[in-house]
Design a binder for this molecule. Sequence first.
Ligand code: NAD
Length: 501
Amino acid sequence: MANTGQSQIVHWVNNKPFHGSSGATAPVTNPATGEVTREVVLADTADAQAVIEAAAAAFPAWRDTSLAKRTAIVFRFRELLNERKEELAAIITSEHGKVLSDALGEVTRGQEVVEFACGLPHLVKGGFTENASTEVDSFSVRQPLGVVGIISPFNFPAMVPMWFFPIAIAAGNAVVLKPSEKDPSAALWLAELWAEAGLPDGVFNVLQGDKLAVDELLSHEAVKAISFVGSTPIARHVYATGTANGKRVQALGGAKNHAVILPDADLDLAADAMVNAGFGSAGERCMAISAVVAVGGVADELVAKIAERAGSIKTGDGTRGCDMGPLVTAAHRDRVASYVDAAERDGAKIVVDGRQVRADGGEDGFWLGPTLLDHVGTGMSCYTDEIFGPVLSVVRVETYDEALSLINSNPYGNGTAIFTNDGGAARRFHNEVEVGMVGINVPIPVPMAYYSFGGWKSSLFGDTHAHGTEGVHFFTRGKVVTSRWLNPSHGGLNLGFPQTA
Ligand code: NAD
């Protein structure tokens, strides 16, 4: 599967590998060893056009395939994925670095969306009004858009594409997936699985590449919609360019997720949650907690409890039963470490220093251990920026109102959480906080597939979140039909605006 024996990771078109002709490539590394394991081809404009045009050619027949046949293929895909998800998890660990159990969790959360898409016939049912006017009926349908582009980030190479493509495909669209060039093999594995599930040629395609490939998806006339997930500056660019070119765009961006710990919280529960949400997947999750807001005197005890737990985390190769893997690239590791250096210079207290980690993995792996910073000021770069690494910053405040105002004045609004035993405080928080996904004593409040995933403010451009009914809405467009089955000669001339009668 996924050409795993080959040294080159290529595109996937019409249910087979496609090499393209750009000649450009990028290295793909195993972050736990630092070794370049393979290379990925990078599309030029002509390669991207070839992939998009294959999808456009496949669309009409797929659109006209019955819902029953389309969803039968999605069911089959779900069965194959469920049987073989360990294979996919191993691919994710080898290129992303996250530990195997976490990679398997990622696949399982993606699978939930596949299961949701199996029920698509129910979700695209229209309405019908008999005799809306005398002998006139009215009904609504939802139809697919055409070719849709999915552009995904490195941190969830399987789950994030799966937020979108099961629904897009079940709804009758043709898909071009442009995965991250840092971990591109998961997309190919999924493409092979679709072929095995019986998806017709050209309905699911993979375009490998970087900015050039994205630019073509944003400008090609055949592409009708773009689902993007990645950092905020690129999300903003994708949204502005795609919509200027007349496309429907949902662009999910970066995050700076705060957890508020109130004085009445169960501090053991909160400390466990902060460690899991701060250091899981080495902090490379858009729903990771990176700012811990300790309210009214809980900080000393909370910091001690987090430090104790952080000290017991085993950092190392994701295939060796460790708790936390490496960062995705050497450059990213260095960037994250530079935020810790800056925090130290700015006067934060380094309670746990991940720069000193002794990892159970390759000498040249991209290691940085769990890092805990206390007395972090809101002007420090470790607080203002999305670090996207295993660094938890503790900010101390006196009151709930101060905590809320920190969150509501932050440019991001992806996820947040509150830890408390006071139902009234929790209720007030979920009502007042300006964030798209809220956890109450739950640190990573990722909605189930039948709800929709997405943040507010600079964490999402566009008004449609991923999956759930919003996802169905995004990948279909509505049409309303008004019909009369009378002898047309009964109508007569009437230049007035249609009215019910
Ligand atoms: P990224 O923005 O660097 O890349 C995302 C995608 O955009 C990739 O496919 C990449 O090839 C492409 N890209 C990169 N530079 C581009 C450019 N100049 N023009 C056009 N396309 C370009 O993001 P990343 O580093 O892969 O992922 C991490 C980021 O994604 C973090 O900011 C994280 O918060 C965010 N993220 C957000 C969510 C969410 O749901 N909001 C989920 C996962 C990740």
